[in-house]
Design a protein around this ligand. Structure first.
Ligand SMILES: [Zn+2]
Ligand SMILES: [Zn+2]
Length: 151
């Protein structure tokens, strides 16, 4: 077990000073902040937060068990908002044991009564085949063999 000090969204800030505030009920101020907090909630397994930040018309009854999936890296490529609508284009890297992949999505968000909600998006998943001498897909900047691909 490793103890995580930094927020899973990769901001470099402690969880409590980053996405943790939104998990605890503070409204996320922008679609990007909501997206980051939802990514962190996926990484931490906070199903209630994911469901409560989903727009009512697209919210699933429950979340599928993502089993061995570990979310290791979030990259926000683009984000914007206009009035009560927002978009975020992101890439999220995950691993399932020795298998790695990237989920990329253009997500739509909507603000209702001062709170942003995730509406929907069109995800595409690409499998990664990281080499041991390539930069580690987790984004650490180290070679894979010196990081997550060790052993
Ligand atoms: Zn965060
Ligand atoms: Zn790594």
């Amino acid at each position: 077990m490793t103890i995580r000090h930094d927020c899973p969204c990769g901001s470099g800030r402690p969880l409590a000073a980053c996405c943790g505030r939104y998990h605890d009920g503070e409204p996320a101020p922008t679609p990007e902040a909501l997206m980051r907090s939802r990514y962190s909630a996926f990484a931490l397994g906070l199903a209630d937060y994911l469901l409560s930040s989903w727009a009512s018309e697209t919210r699933p009854a429950s979340l599928p068990d993502d089993g061995p999936t570990q979310w290791v890296r979030l990259e926000i490529l683009e984000h914007g908002e206009s009035g009560d609508e927002g978009t975020v284009h992101f890439r999220a890297t995950f691993r399932e044991g020795r298998r790695w992949g990237v989920l990329e999505e253009h997500s739509r968000f909507r603000r209702e009564a001062g709170r942003w909600f995730y509406v929907d998006g069109a995800p595409s998943v690409t499998r990664l085949k990281p080499g041991r001498n390539d930069p580690c897909p987790c984004g650490s900047g180290k070679k894979g063999k010196a990081c997550c691909l060790r052993g």
